[in-house]
Each structure stands twice: as C-alpha cells, then as structure tokens.
Write a protein that binds this ligand. Structure first.
Ligand code: HEC
Length: 146
C-alpha cells in the first residue's frame, strides 16, 4: 500500500480543487464538457474514498461508479467536437489538431472502466484500480489540459 496511498491522496486533492473551476461558465459547450468531467471525477471519488477506507467497501457501488465512468468517457469525443476555448476553459488547442489521439485516450478510459466492472472483489483491489484510473486521466490531462 505504501506506493498506492500517495497516488490516491493526490487524485482526491486534484478532484477537490476542481469543484469551483466551472462556476460562472456560460458557454454551453464548455459547460457540458466540464459537467461530464465532473461526473467522472465524482465517480472516481466514490472509489477513492473506499480505497482510503473512509467509506465501507461496496462492490456494487464500485461497479456503478465504473459504469458511470464508462458512459461518460464514451461521450468525451462528442463533447469536444466543437472547438471552443473560453478564459475559464483548461482545454488545450492541441485537442482539435489531434482529435484522433485525444479520442483514443477517451476510449482507453472507457475500456478500462468497462473491463474492471465485476472484477473488484476486495478492498485490496482498490489501490491498483485507483492507480490505473489515475494514470488514464493523467495521460490525457498532461497533454490536453492546462
Ligand atoms: C480524453 C482526455 C481526457 C480524459 C481521459 C480525462 N479528462 Fe478530465 N479533462 C480533459 C480536458 C481537456 C479538460 C479541460 C476541459 C475544459 O476546461 O474545457 C478536463 C477537465 C477535467 C476536470 C475539470 C472540470 C471542470 O469543471 O473544469 C476534472 C475534474 C477532470 N477533467 C477529471 C478527470 C478524471 C477524474 C479523469 C479520469 C477518470 C479524466 N478527467 C479523464 C480531458 C480528459
């Protein structure tokens, strides 16, 4: 668990700081994609709190969270179809130059969330799951988010 705990803590900290990020966003396209990301983050948080032992282990809730991530990740490419960047948006212009690569990263998250459903049997599995999810988020954010 030694390596895993900081990963979980970092992931949860990153999520907490985004809560205020989209207040006052008026552009409907930007708002929709931020809301989609927030829903993904909420689902990750459900799993993260269990991984930290702050909530009771519940495999049905984990599968529901993974299903939510899968559905939301599947919608990422269409959410970013229109190129629009506003001052509050953290989207990088590279998304629209590299839409195929960007969409592949969305598909990677979708696939990860789909294939892990039904596989999380005990709290011991949560660290690895959180690590893999975090890696997937980061692989896109590091290139396409400010
Ligand atoms: C395919 C690329 C991609 C993947 C995968 C991805 N994100 Fe994002 N995410 C983005 C982009 C781009 C933005 C910036 C959107 C904007 O500000 O317009 C963003 C923004 C966010 C935001 C801020 C939303 C807001 O209200 O401003 C959160 C929270 C977030 N992502 C969480 C996650 C989590 C958690 C994961 C992994 C489970 C994840 N994202 C996976 C591309 C991605």
């Amino acid at each position: 668990m030694k390596l895993v705990k900081p990963v979980i803590a970092a992931a949860l900290t990153a999520l907490a700081t985004t809560a205020l990020a989209h207040t006052g966003v008026k552009d409907p396209d930007v708002k929709a994609r931020m809301d989609g990301m927030s829903a993904i983050a909420d689902a990750v948080k459900t799993i993260g709190l269990m991984a930290k032992g702050e909530t009771d282990f519940d495999s049905a809730a984990i599968d529901a969270a993974l299903a939510e991530i899968e559905t939301r990740a599947a919608r990422i490419p269409e959410r970013f179809e229109t190129e629009v960047i506003t001052p509050k948006s953290e989207a990088r212009p590279a998304i629209w130059d590299e839409m195929e690569a960007f969409s592949e990263k969305a598909l990677a998250l979708e696939t990860l969330a789909a294939t892990r459903q039904g596989t999380v049997a005990s709290p011991d599995d949560l660290g690895a799951l959180m690590g893999d999810i975090g890696t997937s988020c980061k692989s896109c954010h590091s290139e396409y988010r400010e």
